[in-house]
Design a protein around this ligand. Structure first.
Ligand SMILES: NC(=O)c1ccc[n+]([C@@H]2O[C@H](COP(=O)([O-])OP(=O)(O)OC[C@H]3O[C@@H](n4cnc5c(N)ncnc54)[C@H](O)[C@@H]3O)[C@@H](O)[C@H]2O)c1
Length: 312
């Protein structure tokens, strides 16, 4: 097995939104990237994505001395993975599609190659079952766009070898990501479950008339969201306890949190409630195009990333 710190060549299977962004990141880290995607337009899309991603990565000092040209497309997934130390799989989020792809590459992978799947919610135990390479398959779930957001969730399936998990954690760390180990399989892994829990309450707030879509968004972006970029919810509450820390916070606020949790429920995403969310978001966007909104977000996100990238 190639040492995670000695990887030179990676394959990217599926080069859509996530795959193309991974390509940009791998290139920025000086790796040679072999790509396969069945869509004829994918090559042009990858080229555009690298061009778009490069200035931001360079501005953040993440692409020093790297070449944006060290990639090539292959005619089949078997060809693309043949020389790879590591494969990042980003095929469409459907179990039969991923399994068909794993079936194709099972014998073509080098016997020591490791694969990380970008899947947002599929279960690795179901994806890997029956393949020779199963012990070397894990989830390596990034956040959009992977060339900017540091988090990668590493999850093993029933047949994933513990060495594969350790290898993936070290590899992602080595290439400048912030990997975490999710110790059990769960739909949505961890970070999307956290997002889903918050969004459940955000949707509830709108459909029950507690606040407008815009005010719910401000409640996070001008409130706890600022602290969450600096540290997570537990450490934030440790500080919330003052000198007494988390012990004091729990003693003081436990009854309050328990009574708030009791009042929370799951909203239905029926037509009427979806309409309330859509109308609220459209009103908040106030005619700004998607490109304008992305620019506004990145004007904040890039300096924020520069700040948090030095965090241990
Ligand atoms: N979009 C996100 O925000 C996000 C975030 C994290 C993880 N993911 C995960 O990344 C994966 C890809 O999602 P995406 O958003 O990039 O989708 P996408 O639709 O943008 O891209 C999928 C790509 O896969 C290609 N493809 C089609 N059939 C294929 C096959 N059999 N084998 C390989 N590639 C094939 C398509 O041509 C397309 O280019 C999914 O597993 C998804 O859950 C998505």
């Amino acid at each position: 097995m190639t040492l995670p710190t000695a990887v030179k060549r990676v394959a990217v299977l599926g080069a859509g939104t996530i795959g193309a962004s991974w390509v940009a990141w791998f290139l920025a880290k000086g790796l040679q990237v072999d790509i396969w995607d069945p869509k004829p337009e994918a090559e042009a899309y990858v080229r555009r994505s690298i061009t778009d991603a490069w200035p931001a990565m360079s501005a953040l000092g993440m692409a020093a001395d790297a070449s944006p040209d060290a990639w090539r497309f292959h005619p089949s997934p078997e060809d693309a993975v043949a020389a790879a130390d590591f494969v990042q799989e980003n095929a469409p989020e459907r179990l039969p599609v991923k399994r068909a792809l794993y079936g194709r590459i099972d014998m073509a992978l080098r016997p020591d190659a490791i694969l990380g799947s970008s899947t947002s919610g599929l279960i690795m135990s179901e994806m890997q079952a029956g393949f020779r390479s199963a012990p070397r398959l894990a989830v390596g779930h990034p956040f959009n766009p992977p060339h900017l957001i540091p988090l990668v969730e590493v999850v093993g399936g029933r047949e994933t070898a513990p060495e594969t998990i350790a290898w993936c954690l070290e590899f992602y760390r080595h290439i400048g990501k912030k990997p975490i180990h999710i110790r059990k399989e769960a739909r949505g892994h961890l970070a999307n479950r956290l997002q889903a829990a918050l969004w459940r309450e955000a949707v509830s707030a709108v459909v029950t008339g507690l606040a407008s879509v815009e005010d719910v968004d401000t409640a996070i972006s001008a409130g706890p969201g600022l602290r969450w970029a600096a540290m997570g919810p537990h450490m934030t509450f440790h500080l919330g306890g003052g000198e007494g820390g988390i012990e004091h916070l729990l003693a003081q606020f436990k009854p309050a949190f328990e009574s708030w949790w009791e009042t929370m429920s799951t909203p239905e995403l029926n037509e009427e409630n979806c309409r309330k969310i859509i109308d609220g978001v459209r009103a908040e966007a106030a005619g700004r195009s998607m490109a304008e909104l992305v620019r506004e977000r990145d004007a904040i996100l890039l300096p924020l990333l520069a700040l948090v990238s030095g965090k241990p």
